[in-house]
Design a protein. Structure first.
Length: 128
């Protein structure tokens, strides 16, 4: 269980940064070398490599070396654990919102059935 938590933490940490999310978007289109991943950003290759290492630690990126070129590819499978974790809370919030809706509908129905009080009737007559 602790190992799952550590893995899930690594995935969410990797996804928490907009630069890393953008890198993953690029990798979803196909493998890229480190230079290609760094190109859209104002960063050095060393900085891009640090981002890629975070993605690798989370298991979201696989890096292979082809000569002097480091080629990265996406492995989206680790994101599945994050989706499952969020799905659990989606059920929770759906139940909470369904309960709130039931309360509001009941209040609306009760208000519609409520007879006018003497004060409300007098206000309506004085406006006429």
């Amino acid at each position: 269980m602790v190992e799952d938590s550590v893995h899930l933490d690594a995935v969410f940490h990797a996804l928490s940064d907009p630069t890393r999310r953008a890198m993953l978007t690029g990798l979803a289109k196909g493998p890229r070398n480190v230079g290609d991943l760094a190109a859209p950003f104002d960063m050095s290759l060393a900085a891009a490599s640090k981002h890629i290492k975070v993605l690798e630690k989370a298991g979201l990126v696989r890096r292979s070396v082809q000569g002097r070129t480091h080629v990265c590819s996406l492995d989206a499978m680790p994101m599945h654990a994050g989706v499952e974790w969020m799905r659990h809370y989606e059920k929770f919030w759906s139940q909470q919102l369904d309960a709130l809706e039931a309360i509001l509908v009941a209040e609306d129905q009760a208000a519609a059935k409520k007879p006018e009080t003497g004060t409300e009737a007098k206000k309506k007559r004085s406006k006429s």
